[in-house]
Design a protein around this ligand. Sequence first.
Ligand code: UD1
Ligand code: CA
Length: 452
Amino acid sequence: MATALIVLAAGQGTRMNSDLPKVLHPLGGVPLVVHAMASGDAVEPDKTVVIAGHGADAVETAVLDYNPDAIVVRQSKQLGTGHAVMQAADALAGFEGDAIVVFGDTPFVRPETIAKMAASRADGNAIVMLGFEAADPGRYGRMIVGGGGLEQIVEAKDANEAQLAITLCNGGLVAADAQVLFALLHTIGNDNASGEYYLTDIVAAARAQGHCASVVTCDEAETMGINTRAELVRAEGIFQAKKRAEALENGVTMTAPETVFFGFDTYIGRDAVIEPNVVFGPGVTVESGATIRAFSHLEGCHVSRGAVVGPYARLRPGTELSENTKVGNFVEVKNATILEGAKVNHLSYIGDASIGARTNVGAGTITCNYDGFMKHRTEIGEGAFIGSNTMLVAPVKIGNEAMTATGSVINKDVPDGALALARARQEIKPGMARKLFDKLKKTKARRAEEAK
Ligand code: UD1
Ligand code: CA
């Protein structure tokens, strides 16, 4: 059956006290809304519709960055979760299949849970809602279950004392036939304590029309919504703990996992070694048997088997390290390919470049890739030797088995096998140092005398 994913992401998140819309605050290096979309991906949606409101343009950019096929619709006034879902009706006009509604600020729902909701739909329930046993039911909607399944959801603000005592709470997610969902939403009003169109009111509406409704339950941890910065910090802690445990489970070697920070999609192979205090941003793959030494920072890069990175290295987006390469301390690499066995061991910047196999790049080498307006490429062949402190003024090419002399400023291509020397010639002036010392000493003494 076809499935559409509807992601509610229009709220401002007032309690975040931030100019950034709540769903764009990062967790594991990517916006919250991306986590919600990723859990929804469990059902392989044929269409994804995201409801944006506050900061809609920025939300749209983040959403399309993750899924270019997503449709972003605007909810100009946040009149409630039911009203928000209604905004997807045009985008899903004529859509035949199920709709799954998820909240953009609820990042931990497991794909398996959404799959369970889809299964309950397949069992003949018109409406499936996600519920959980709340330790502290507080502001959550209460789920009223009777003999025939889920009867009604009452928001805490509208609940009476007996209803408030219920601990089965609404986690927010919905699975329903898309057109049934929109038809039910047409029937609901906003005559309640908040004056909002409640998505939760579809349950009673469905029951009144003779439909079945059910609750699928999950662990409370999955439905954790982010409303404040303190909750976001707690969520980050939970996320990191999960990632660390997963990495250990997958056979990654770490001596101090509690100091290693993972991104949303970090992939680390078996027997890779991750030393303490390493930070992974989004888009990192580290293959089996690679070593990331302490205090390195990696994002958007691929590290192959046998490569050694750091300590204190920075790999930025577009970095591709082939097998058995070395990127040492205080080296920054960006948008560059370093081929098998090549080494950049100390204090270098390699940007917009390719470095051939077995080439050695000496300490302090810089690719001067930016002229203040545009970026230019540096291409270095294989088996080359780049002398320490070479400035490679891009665009420039260094041939196979070529050499640059230490301290050279290279702005012309160097052919295969050639040595490029581009520095001032050294002169020796015998005895001159002593003469100079003598002269300077006298000058200093004279000045001291004059100052008296
Ligand atoms: C909602 C549920 C409540 C449930 C709780 C679980 C309703 C009426 N209540 O309450 O039963 O226990 O979630 O966390 O559904 N949003 C929009 N547009 C709007 C309003 C909300 O896009 O007009 C988005 C928000 O950005 C957020 C999500 O919908 O991502 C949930 O809205 P929120 O206001 O946080 O709902 P709760 O009051 O927490
Ligand atoms: Ca909420």
